[in-house]
Every structure is written in structure tokens, then in C-alpha cells.
Design a protein around this ligand. Structure first.
Ligand code: SAM
Ligand code: SF4
Length: 501
């Protein structure tokens, strides 16, 4: 019988894509994907360390899963991803039943690491057998302090060897897919754990990316999101050692021979020119590296959607400096102005941290002003969470929890107000919507505009009566939709040209 693997993912889209790759590698080794942990021979949690809360959820979940070993002692439990790297000692202490720890840079080693755990377990069984034989007993407990441990920990690589990926890939079925274009992060934002957990930046060779996208388009995926911690520094270091050297190296090449510069805007142009993918998005863009060259490529490439996620983090220059973000609010706003001149209907989203050490009422007010000025379509708001080993963790976390909570609520309310206003602009307009799948309620369909706004199409009466989700033939189609109603979080619309959708 084939062995089953159950994998649960925490955290960002990069983790979601990593999990797909892990499932791909393991299914190529003969595993099958288990839908429930109880049905699995291997359980993996792919974890996130960006905030303490995400780590606690994974600790709690694995705490529960450990119980399964009582009925299935051969079960292998693994923690992989960022928390595996950061909390390696704490994991083996707090979760004694965990067998395997593998960091993000070791993900491609997983088939070998799992085989190693299995071999070690086998050796334990053999060693136990010989001991019992020697003792002439058959019913004694096997444990011995001399018994070799079956546990495996792999967290030592500086970065993921992108050119050494084992065979196999797996994708969540659907209309949209992620394609990782670079790994790791060379920035040093003082609050952020990612450079420590994911390691140094490394870019995937362009041809590989193009091949993957062509394959996905062939399978019927309509929208591709290119992923990286900072996609804008694509091209800095390739696995073969080529690439430009840092921001200055890029500038020099831009002046001397822009045609020869293989950076992110150049990648966008190649994908747009050479692939048949309908829609292209990317995330995340660090504002420091978001250049006019990028904005021009976005404008020129028909497949690139009119949407940019540009995390600002704070509206106070003082806080941006202590965060070590490398830009001021003025420079950030100038970039947005430039982008909006080139692409007037661009949708913008952002990340903001409230309660960073030293954030005063005045700093917070400046964040409010910046949000009002930019009018983001969407904002992801986070309460600062000190992360061990980061620069900021050594500073006093001096904004009380209640104040962080209050500031977070204020920004949530403000963003709802702004999102509603942005959405209301679309009321009465006809927009292009890619239908991604069924909506929450019977018969409804869900899709997205090019600006990344979610749109719900109402149940068509025949489908609702039949208890099914709209005409399934529309899933994967790009249709014209008239927006009939806007709320802060969703748009509602009706299909133009005749059909009941
Ligand atoms: N690379 C992206 C960038 O530079 O914008 C962000 C990646 S990070 C995983 C996603 C978001 O988590 C960040 O933009 C930031 O807002 C938030 N974040 C990171 N560290 C945090 C911390 N220690 N506490 C709270 N939020 C944090
Ligand atoms: Fe973290 Fe900054 Fe790197 Fe983003 S750019 S992953 S926030 S260190």
C-alpha cells in the first residue's frame, strides 16, 4: 500500500507554493496525499515565524497531532519551513514526538531526510530486537538511553540550492497558480525574521521560469502570480554564480548596457512576450527596488495586471529609519505618483505594522495620513511582534498591547472606509473578471478583476434549484461583468451579454 502524507501550511503564499513543491517531490517518490492526519504515515507542518502567533498555532497543532502516535507508533511527524529553522531546539523540547526538522533552505532535501528518519527508525527496531534477545526477554519495554535517536534536524544551508530540485511537482487544481522566481532575502529590516529563516537571495534561471509558466498555461491555468520575498531584486544571484552584483551593479549595467540587464522588469517583459498566460501578477515588491523601469514594464506588458502590492510598513520617516526600510515617505509617495501617472487605474495594496518600538501617537497619526493620501484598495495590518534574533527584538517593546490593539482597530476601520470608497468607484462600470470558482453560497460564482478585487456573481436560479454552483463552464473564463453593488470587502456584479450570470 502507498504511504500517505498529510501537509498543513501556515503563513504566506511562498509557503503555500513550497508546500505544493514538497507534495510534488513526495508524490513522485510514491507517497499519496492524505486528506486527514489520521490517514497519514507522514505528517508535515510547513510553518511561519513572521509573528509569534503563527508559531504558537503550529506548536499547538503539533501538540495535538502527537497523540496520533499512541495508535500509530510508526507515524513520522515533521516540522518544516521557517519555524523549523528558528525554533529548532524548542521544537524537540516542547514536542518530544517530532521526528524531523527541516528549514526552508533544506526543502529540496526532504525525500532524503524522510528516508533517513525511516532508516534510523528501522535501525532502532533492529537494535531493540538484539538487546531483548540478549536479555532473553520478550516483553520488556524497548527504550534505552544508549539507543541511537531517530530524529533528524536539517537547518544548516545558507540558501536553497535552486538547481538541485528533485523530480516532481504538484499544484492545487484551479485557475490561478504561483511560480516562485526567487528565494530568500538580502534586506535587513530590523523587525523581520525572514533573512534568518529563508537565507540569502537566489534567483531561478529565467528559462526554467518560462518553461514552468508554459506548462501551467498548457494545463489551463489562466493567472500566474510570481513569488519572491522581494521580486524586484530578481537577477542578483543565479545558482551558477551569474547575475548583477547588488543595487550599484544593477545601476552600472543599466547605464552601460540596459539590454544585457536581466532584472525583474526584463523578466516581466520576457514572460509577457513569450508565454500565453492571460494574467500575470507578482508579490512582494520592496519599495526601495520598485523603479520607473518596473512601472514602465508593467504599463507595456498586456498580461501584467493593474495591481501592485507595495508594503509601506509605516507613515513616519522616523519609524521607517529605525525599521531600516531604506526609503522615506516622500520617496515612497513619489513612486506611487509616478506609477499612477503611467497606469492611472492601478490598484494598490500594502502591509503596515502598528506598535513598532518607539511608535508615538504622532508617528501613528502620520501613518493614518499616508493611508488617506494613498487610498490603498487593500491593506494588511499587523501588530508588531518581537522576533528573537532580529535587531528590534533587543529594543524595548514599549507600545503596550492594548495600544497596539487600538491602533490596529483604528486602521482596520479606516481601511474599510477607504476600500468602500475605492470599490464604489467601480459601481455601474463593466469590468473584466476571471472566474476562479464557486462562491460561498449555492449557485454563486467568485472571480477577480485585474485590479485584484473579489467579485461575486449571484446564483442563477436554475443552478440554485439544482443545488449546483452556477454554470461550471464559466470557471476559468474571463467575462465582462457589470458591477451592481460594492461593499468594503467585495464587489457584486452581473454578467453582461445575456446570460443569467
Ligand atoms: N518581503 C516583504 C516586504 O518586504 O514587504 C514582506 C514579507 S513579510 C513575510 C510580510 C509582512 O509581515 C511584512 O510586510 C510586515 O508587514 C509583516 N511583518 C514582518 N515582520 C513582522 C513582525 N516582527 N511583526 C509584525 N509584522 C511583521
Ligand atoms: Fe523581511 Fe524586509 Fe526582507 Fe521583506 S524585505 S522579507 S520585510 S527583511
Amino acid at each position: 500500500m502507498r504511504k500517505g502524507v498529510y501537509l498543513q501550511t501556515y503563513g504566506c503564499q511562498m509557503n503555500e507554493r513550497d508546500s505544493e513543491e514538497v507534495l510534488g517531490m513526495l508524490t513522485a517518490q510514491g507517497y499519496e496525499i492524505a486528506e486527514r492526519p489520521e490517514a497519514a504515515d507522514v505528517i508535515l507542518l510547513n510553518t511561519c515565524s513572521v509573528r509569534a502567533h503563527a508559531e504558537e498555532r503550529a506548536f499547538g497543532k503539533m501538540g495535538e497531532l502527537q497523540q496520533l502516535k499512541q495508535t500509530n507508533p510508526d507515524l513520522i511527524l515533521g516540522i518544516i519551513g521557517c519555524m523549523a529553522k528558528l525554533q529548532r531546539e524548542a521544537i524537540f523540547k516542547r514536542l518530544p514526538q517530532v521526528d524531523l526538522i527541516a528549514g526552508p533552505a533544506e526543502l529540496y532535501d526532504l525525500p532524503y531526510l524522510l528516508a533517513e528518519v525511516q532508516e534510523r527508525k528501522q535501525r532502532q527496531i533492529v537494535a531493540r530486537g538484539s538487546r531483548l534477545e540478549a536479555l532473553g526477554k520478550s516483553d520488556q519495554p524497548p527504550a534505552s538511553s544508549l539507543e541511537p535517536s531517530a530524529k533528524v534536524m536539517a537547518v544548516g544551508r545558507a540558501f536553497r540550492p535552486l538547481d538541485q530540485k528533485p523530480n516532481g511537482d504538484w499544484r492545487r487544481p484551479g485557475v490561478t497558480a504561483f511560480v516562485t522566481i526567487m528565494e530568500g532575502c538580502d534586506k535587513a529590516c530590523t523587525y523581520c525574521i525572514v533573512p534568518m529563516t529563508r537565507g540569502a537571495e537566489i534567483s531561478r534561471p529565467t528559462e526554467e521560469i518560462l518553461d514552468e509558466i508554459a506548462g501551467l498555461a498548457g494545463l489551463g491555468y489562466k493567472e500566474i502570480t510570481l513569488l519572491g520575498q522581494n521580486v524586484n531584486s530578481y537577477g542578483k544571484r543565479f545558482p551558477d554564480g551569474s547575475g548583477y552584483r547588488g543595487p550599484l551593479g544593477r545601476l552600472r549595467l543599466l547605464e552601460e548596457n540596459p539590454e544585457a540587464l536581466l532584472d525583474f522588469p526584463a523578466l516581466l517583459r520576457r514572460i509577457d512576450g513569450e508565454s500565453s498566460v492571460e494574467r500575470l501578477r507578482f508579490t512582494t515588491s520592496h519599495p526601495f527596488d520598485a523603479t520607473p523601469r518596473l512601472f514602465e514594464a508593467m504599463r507595456d506588458c498586456g498580461s501584467v495586471c493593474e495591481w501592485l502590492h507595495l508594503p509601506v510598513q509605516s507613515g513616519s520617516n522616523r519609524i521607517l529609519r529605525t525599521m531600516r526600510r531604506g526609503y522615506t515617505c516622500e520617496a515612497y509617495l513619489e513612486k506611487i505618483e509616478r506609477l499612477r501617472r503611467l497606469i492611472p487605474d492601478i490598484s494598490l495594496s500594502t502591509d503596515i505594522i502598528v506598535g513598532f518600538p518607539g511608535e508615538t501617537e504622532e508617528d501613528f497619526e502620520q501613518t493614518i495620513s499616508l493611508m488617506r493620501e494613498v487610498e490603498y484598495d487593500n491593506a494588511f495590518l499587523f501588530k508588531y511582534s518581537p522576533r528573537p534574533g532580529t535587531d528590534a527584538a533587543a529594543w524595548v517593546d514599549d507600545v503596550p498591547r492594548e495600544v497596539k490593539e487600538e491602533r490596529n482597530q483604528i486602521l482596520l476601520t479606516l481601511q474599510d472606509e477607504i476600500s468602500l470608497k475605492r470599490h464604489q468607484r467601480l459601481e455601474g462600470q463593466t469590468v473584466e473578471v476571471l472566474i476562479e470558482g464557486p462562491g460561498k453560497h449555492d449557485g454563486q460564482l467568485f472571480g477577480r478583476t485585474r485590479g485584484n478585487h473579489g467579485v461575486i456573481l449571484p446564483a442563477c436560479p436554475e443552478a440554485a434549484e439544482a443545488g449546483r454552483e452556477g454554470p461550471p463552464s464559466l470557471i476559468g473564463e474571463t467575462i465582462q461583468v457589470k458591477i451592481t453593488k460594492a461593499t468594503a470587502h467585495t464587489l457584486f456584479g452581473e454578467r453582461c451579454n445575456g446570460s443569467s450570470h
